[in-house]
Design a protein around this ligand. Structure first.
Ligand SMILES: [Zn+2]
Length: 178
């Protein structure tokens, strides 16, 4: 087997809380988005875009291929304490990374009901790595999101993500006419 040095670097970035190389992420995103052009399928890019490189490459691409009127940019804002609390209690399955909700009815679950693989905690969800990820968010992602409104006519809809899921959901639905 030939070792792929870029894949090795990406895996290391993932486990240590660093953001992926921009050309890696944009390559993957464009590869997947290409299949949706001309279809009426909706897509959510969750946790994207995270860097200036991604914003500069993906925003013009989606405007051109999907149309300005079909794009909504949502920024759910949470602070460090809440990010640590939510992520450090997060569990996923080993095989497909299906996320497990943080609730009493799931706490004793050890096997994923969807694919029967073991439920694990990810290395990237350890508190010190979450802290690193949060710093990267403040220094790279937050400024990159602000650039979206400078390089395009798109508006970023900011909302307080620390409130209960149902409240955030209703506010999104009302404001974005989803
Ligand atoms: Zn699973």
């Amino acid at each position: 087997m030939v070792a792929n040095p870029q894949l090795k670097k990406v895996k290391e970035d993932y486990n240590t809380g660093q953001l992926f190389p921009g050309d890696w992420t944009t390559g993957l995103l464009k590869g997947e988005l290409k299949n949706l052009i001309g279809t009426d399928q909706a897509v959510v890019l969750s946790g994207a875009l995270r860097t200036l490189y991604e914003v500069k490459h993906i925003i013009p691409y989606i405007i051109e291929n999907f149309g300005l009127e079909n794009i909504k940019i949502i920024h759910l804002d949470i602070g460090l304490a809440e990010a640590v609390r939510r992520n450090s209690s997060r569990r996923v399955c080993e095989k497909s990374a299906h996320p497990l909700p943080d609730g009493p009815e799931f706490k004793d679950l050890k096997i994923c009901p969807l694919d029967q693989s073991p439920i694990v905690r990810r290395k990237m969800d350890q508190p010190e790595i979450i802290q690193k990820r949060f710093e990267n968010y403040l220094t790279q992602t937050r400024p990159a999101i602000e650039v979206i409104e400078k390089i395009s006519p798109l508006t970023v809809f900011y909302l307080d993500g620390e409130r209960p899921v149902a409240v955030v959901y209703r506010e999104l639905k009302d404001n974005l006419e989803l």
